[in-house]
Design a protein around this ligand. Structure first.
Ligand code: ARG
Length: 601
């Protein structure tokens, strides 16, 4: 593959020159397709997902607010605290009868028995950039408990999502963005001491869906050694083996502190770790199961499953004499209650909250609530403190924007790297992307000037529609509902360009990249004209492109961002005038008459 790519990138003179002009070079169609278009489509998908999240969140806020208003005038609050909830709403730890008598004695994750769909309604899956990495356990409507080590090297909550449990008839599992990750402050990545983290979901789990919380231990006591408890997850079927395709489960006995200590030596810290499994080996959790549950049934009028352990580590998987190690949950009861019960003003607003915040549109009361954390220690007048908090919120929001952009770019870069094969130059380049702001800001202005939208004759299917404002409903008697509706309309308008594209058409197609060979920059990139299509429409913009694998990979993230921006601007421009547009700017002159630019067919 790498060889093929390298060959394709060798500058073959004639066929790549434009109109026989030797100074221009076209990227070959294979690169346009296999690299640019593939990555571009992923970028579009990511953009659509995040637009959808932003819109959904406001829709949920509207529903929540309307619900509160219906509940009675005295009950309406200025801001629905959507992201908090009591730690254990309603019943917990209940399994569906049809799925509860599973985990036969020989069931195991290593070696495995597949759990029936919906058997573990609290078991969730944690994904980093869409890639499943760990298990987790739903412990409240908005909270998932998992292992802190899952976030080592990947602490950015914007990149994580949680897939909830599927239903008993295989009903689709819901994927929810992560709002906040709270690793235990004393987690030690070297020893795995205190390997526990709370993850706050962006939206609470709907009681109508199949996901249900497990019970947390109410007392420090744990069931005695020998109690048969259950583990579940999608982890590997054997050490270094493939991950399971469906949830697997096993029954494992709790082992005594002494047995654990003897088996695992000083690495096991009995104060915060317990061990479970068979000294004979063969049945155990394994890689990918981390963060998942170890639950024991608590008898009573209704049997409840209580979470006593969170899968943490092991010495191999299912090895004789090496039981699996789980973080003790009971000893963290206070920390868990404290974190889940904390008022939102005690925590800095999360990046996701700040990015969903639309400062000019937002109600002052809403901003005040979001930014309350920064006003806590302020000693001035209420007004002055509110202003200060607002400023700090804005500042942090800018940092979050950069962080989200930098990570998108790094993600794209990593994908590009996979496609192009590891190149020595690439790794060195990655850190410089952590500060993409100046160049991107610059390129945005540049783009606005140079954007040039064609309405091709094949234009069909997708229409970039003028955003239609949302119908205004009657908001009488429900304060805050109307501004929320306006916010929804504004969001729908701002994201219309991507939300209106049906997912089957959501493909970015790089038609052509024409590089000016005489324009090599100090960093080895060339000025190029890029033509990219989305549906029947296409945009043309100028950007910098590398012509070797390493430089191409380096230039790719920025080109993709430029392409997205171009589609967005094109759609806005078209929305304003309802019709094909040519946005002509300085440097470009009239369509196709840029001094450097041969006409692109
Ligand atoms: N650390 C592993 C993970 O990240 C879990 C390993 C559990 N190993 C065991 N033998 N029980 O998924």
């Amino acid at each position: 593959m790498l060889l093929a790519v390298l060959l394709l990138l060798l500058p073959l003179p004639d066929s790549w020159s434009a109109y026989g002009h030797p100074l221009y070079m076209r990227l070959p169609p294979s690169i346009l397709q296999a690299v640019l278009s593939t990555q571009g489509t992923q970028a579009l998908q990511a953009a659509q997902r995040s637009a959808q999240w932003a819109v959904n969140r406001v829709v949920m806020e509207i529903q929540h607010r309307a619900h509160e208003c219906q509940a009675g005038p005295g009950r309406s609050r200025p801001q629905a605290p959507l992201l908090q909830d009591p730690p254990e709403p309603g019943p917990c730890g209940e399994r569906r009868p049809s799925t509860a008598n599973v985990t036969r004695a020989h069931g195991r994750i290593v070696g495995g028995s597949t759990a029936p769909p919906g058997a573990w309604p609290w078991l969730v899956r944690l994904q980093l950039g869409g890639q499943p990495l760990c298990g987790g356990v739903l412990v409240a409507a908005s909270w998932v408990l998992t292992a802190a080590h899952c976030f080592v090297g990947a602490p950015n909550e914007l990149l994580w999502t949680v897939t909830l449990a599927e239903g008993p008839r295989g009903e689709q599992a819901e994927e929810v963005p992560v709002n906040r990750i709270l690793p235990h402050p004393k987690f030690d990545p070297r020893t795995f001491h205190n390997d526990l983290a709370l993850v706050q979901l962006w939206t609470p789990v709907s009681p109508a869906g199949p996901a249900r919380p497990v019970c947390l231990p109410q007392e420090p006591q744990e069931p005695p050694a020998g109690t048969a408890c259950a583990i579940a997850g999608w982890g590997a079927l054997f050490e270094d083996g493939p991950e399971a395709e469906a949830v697997r489960e096993a029954r494992v006995p709790l082992l005594s502190r002494d047995t654990c200590q003897r088996a695992l030596g000083p690495a096991l810290r009995p104060s915060t770790m317990l061990c479970a499994g068979y000294l004979a080996g063969g049945i155990d959790s394994c890689q990918g199961d981390s963060g998942g549950p170890l639950t024991c049934s608590e008898p009573g009028p209704r049997t409840k499953e209580v979470l006593f352990g969170v899968t943490s580590w092991g010495d191999g998987c299912g090895e004789p004499g090496k039981p699996g190690v789980y973080t003790r949950v009971a000893v963290f009861k206070d920390w868990l209650q404290e974190q889940m019960g904390a008022v939102s003003s005690s925590r800095e607003p999360s990046c996701r909250e700040l990015l969903a915040w639309d400062p000019p549109e937002e109600l002052p009361a809403e901003a005040a609530q979001l930014c309350a954390f920064y006003a806590r220690l302020c000693r001035g007048s209420e007004d002055a403190c509110a202003r200060l908090a607002h400023q700090q919120c804005l500042q942090r929001r800018r940092r979050c924007e950069l962080r989200s952009l930098a990570h998108t770019l790094l993600g794209l870069l990593r994908n590009a790297q996979e496609l192009l094969g590891p190149r020595p130059g690439l790794r060195r380049l990655a850190p410089s992307l952590a500060h993409p702001a100046p160049s991107l800001r610059e390129s945005r202005g540049h783009l606005a000037r140079e954007l040039w939208l064609h309405s091709g004759p094949r234009a069909s299917g997708i229409r970039f529609q003028k955003p239609r404002p949302e119908q205004r409903g009657e908001a009488n008697g429900c304060p805050g509902l109307e501004p929320l509706r306006q916010k929804l309309a504004a969001l729908q308008g701002a994201h219309a360009w991507i939300l209106q594209v049906p997912s089957e058409h959501l493909a970015m197609n790089f038609h052509e990249v024409l590089a000016d060979l005489g324009s090599k920059t100090l960093t080895g990139l060339f000025r190029a004209w890029v033509r990219a299509g989305l549906g029947g429409r296409y945009v043309v913009f100028s950007g910098l492109v590398g012509l070797e694998p390493a430089t191409l990979a380096r230039s790719l993230p920025r080109l993709l961002v430029q392409a997205l921006q171009s589609f967005r601007l094109a759609s806005l421009a078209e929305g304003e005038t309802e019709g094909p547009q040519i946005a002509v700017g300085q440097g470009l002159g009239r369509k196709g008459h840029h001094p450097l630019s041969p006409r692109i067919p």
